[in-house]
Write a protein that binds this ligand. Structure first.
Ligand SMILES: [Ca+2]
Length: 489
C-alpha cells in the first residue's frame, strides 16, 4: 500500500485535515488546540464497585472526584461480556462480529489443568491469534491530527509482531500483550509477558503491575508535555497526546497453581484500607472480595496520580478523560448490583458497565447521563474531538456522543446486539432479550433493570420484534467484509 492509498483508507487525505463546515474543529486545528485524551480502562470491575455508582464498601475517591468533574453514565454498554472483543470494539469502533475479534485470544485447556510445553505454547492460539491487520485503530486516525499515542497496560489484541501496538498506530507501549498476568511476576502461566515496545522485558519483575502502568503513563504525559514524546526518543513537535491506560486490575491473576490466587494486592495495602486480613484465609470468599476491592482502590490511587499530573502541568482543562470497565465484575468477588449476572453473562451485569467522562468546558461537571450509549461511540467521539474524519470506507457502529454527554441531545442509539458463542442478547429501546446458557427472557429495563420479570409470554409481539432486529443485525454482520481470525476471507 502506498501513502496515497493509505491516506484514502484511513480517510485522512490532506482535505480531511480541514473538515468543511465545522468551525470549531477548524479553529482547534488552526490553534493546534485539539484536546489530549486519557482513556483508562479497568478490567472486570463491577457496576456497583465504585463509590459514585453506589458502592458503599469499596473505596474509589479519585474516580468519584473524576465523576464530580464530569458526567457519569448509567446506561453504557460494552460489546462483549469479557475482555478481548470488548477492547477490540473500543479501538475499532465496530462490533466484534464486524472487526473479526469476536472471541478471546486465549488457551482454554489450562482451565482443565493442561500443561503446555514451551513449544506447544508458542504455536497455541493465544500466541498466534490477533486483531485483523486491516482494521484501523484509534491511534492511527489520531496520528493524522498530530497526536502522539501511548498504551500502558493490557493490550489483548494479539502477540505476533504484526499485531502489537506499535504496528497498529501507537508510538509507545509498555505492558502485556495477552489477556491476564500475575500482578508481580507479570507471567501468564509461568511465561514472562511484559514488553517495552516490541521487545519482551523482565526489567520490572517483582513490581506490582498497577504501579508500572501508572509510572509509564505519567512519564509519557510529562514527556508529551515537554514535546519529546516518541518511543525512539526523537523529538516530535508539541502536539496533543492519546494516553491509553488499560489496567489489569481488578482482573484475577493468571497462574497455574491451585488454588488460583485470584485478584492480587499488596498485603500491607489491603490491611491499611480494608482492616484485618489473614493471608492464611486467602481462599475464603470474603478474603477474595477484600483483595479485589484493594486492587480497585490501588488502581483508583494510580488514576488519582495521573489526574494530578494533568493538573500540575496545566493540561486538565484541555484533556478528555474517559474511564470505564471492559466488562462486568467477575463471580462472587465483584458487586454488579442492581444488575443481574456478571462477567461472561448476557444479562446486564456482564455488559452494562460504569463509565465516566470528564471534558472541561464541554461536559458540565457533576452530571449524570442516563442515555443509551456504548463503547462503540468512543471512536467517533474521539475523531470529532481531534477534528479528523473517521476512516473512509470503514463502517463504524457508533456515533459521536459529545452532544449527548454535554446534555444537549438525546442519544441516537436505539438498539444494540451481543453474541458470545451460542449466547445472544439484544436491546431495542428499553426492551432486552436474552437467550443464553445462563437464562433467557424478555425484560423491560425501564421498570426492571435487574431482569427479573420475563415478559416473553406477556408481550409476544415485542419479543418477535426484538428477535427480528437481532436477525437483521446478524445478517448485516454476515454481509460485512470478513475479518480474521475467527472468520476467514
Ligand atoms: Ca475484562
Amino acid at each position: 500500500m502506498n501513502r496515497r492509498e493509505y491516506l484514502k483508507l484511513v480517510g485522512l487525505g490532506a482535505a480531511a485535515l480541514a473538515v468543511p463546515g465545522c468551525a470549531s474543529i477548524s479553529k482547534r486545528l488552526a490553534g493546534n488546540g485539539a484536546p489530549n485524551i486519557v482513556l483508562i480502562v479497568s478490567d472486570d470491575q463491577g457496576y456497583h464497585d465504585l463509590g459514585c455508582y453506589g458502592g458503599t464498601e469499596v473505596k474509589t475517591p479519585n474516580l468519584d472526584r473524576l465523576a464530580a468533574g464530569g458526567v457519569r453514565l448509567t446506561n453504557f454498554y460494552v460489546t462483549w461480556p469479557a475482555c478481548t472483543p470488548s477492547r477490540g470494539s473500543l479501538l475499532t469502533g465496530r462490533y466484534p462480529q464486524r472487526n473479526g475479534t469476536y472471541d478471546m485470544y486465549r488457551n482454554y485447556l489450562v482451565d482443565h489443568d493442561h500443561l503446555y510445553s514451551e513449544h506447544e505454547y508458542a504455536v497455541s492460539f493465544e500466541m498466534i491469534g490477533g486483531m485483523d491487520t486491516r482494521e484501523v485503530l484509534i491511534p492511527r486516525v489520531l496520528k493524522r491530527a498530530g497526536y502522539t499515542s501511548g498504551i500502558f497496560g493490557k493490550w489483548d489484541l494479539g502477540q505476533l509482531h504484526r499485531f502489537l501496538p506499535l504496528q497498529r498506530g501507537f508510538d509507545e507501549f509498555y505492558g502485556f500483550t495477552n489477556t491476564g498476568i500475575d500482578y508481580w511476576t507479570h507471567e501468564r502461566y509461568g511465561v514472562p509477558s511484559m514488553r517495552r515496545g516490541n521487545r519482551p522485558t523482565t526489567e520490572d519483575k517483582g513490581t506490582y503491575a498497577t504501579d508500572l502502568f501508572r509510572r509509564e503513563a505519567i512519564r509519557f504525559i510529562r514527556k508529551a508535555k515537554a514535546g519529546s514524546a516518541g518511543h525512539d526518543q526523537t523529538r516530535l513537535r508539541r502536539g496533543p497526546f492519546f494516553c491509553y491506560v488499560p489496567f489489569n486490575a481488578p482482573h484475577g491473576a493468571s497462574n497455574l497453581q491451585r488454588p488460583r490466587p485470584g485478584v492480587q494486592a499488596p498485603l500491607e495495602y489491603i490491611r491499611r484500607h480494608y482492616g484485618q486480613y489473614d493471608p492464611k484465609d486467602a481462599s475464603s470468599r470474603r478474603a477474595k472480595r477484600i483483595r479485589y476491592m484493594a486492587a480497585i482502590t490501588y488502581m483508583d490511587e494510580a488514576i488519582g496520580q495521573i489526574l494530578r499530573v494533568l493538573a500540575e502541568h496545566d493540561l486538565q482543562d484541555n484533556t478528555i478523560v474517559i474511564f470505564f470497565s471492559d466488562n462486568g465484575g467477575s463471580g462472587s468477588t465483584a458487586d454488579n448490583g442492581p444488575l443481574r449476572g456478571g462477567k461472561g453473562w448476557m444479562f446486564e451485569g456482564g455488559i452494562r458497565v460504569p463509565c465516566i467522562v470528564r471534558w472541561p468546558g464541554v461536559i458540565p461537571a457533576g452530571t449524570v447521563c442516563d442515555e443509551f450509549l456504548t463503547a462503540m461511540e468512543i471512536f467517533p467521539t474521539l475523531c470529532g474531538a481531534a477534528g479528523v474524519r473517521p476512516p473512509q470506507g470503514v463502517v463504524l457502529d457508533g456515533f459521536d456522543m459529545t452532544a449527548v454527554l454535554a446534555g444537549k441531545q438525546k442519544s441516537s442509539r436505539k438498539e444494540m446486539f451481543w453474541q458470545r458463542r451460542a449466547d445472544k442478547a439484544a436491546r431495542v429501546g428499553n426492551f432486552k432479550w436474552v437467550e443464553s446458557s445462563r437464562g433467557s427472557g424478555l425484560f423491560d429495563l425501564s421498570r426492571d433493570v435487574g431482569e427479573q420479570h420475563d415478559l416473553s409470554k406477556e408481550k409476544p409481539d415485542v419479543l418477535s420484534k426484538v428477535k427480528s432486529r437481532f436477525a437483521a443485525w446478524k445478517k448485516r454482520m454476515a454481509d460485512a467484509e470478513p475479518r480474521r481470525p475467527f472468520r476467514d476471507f
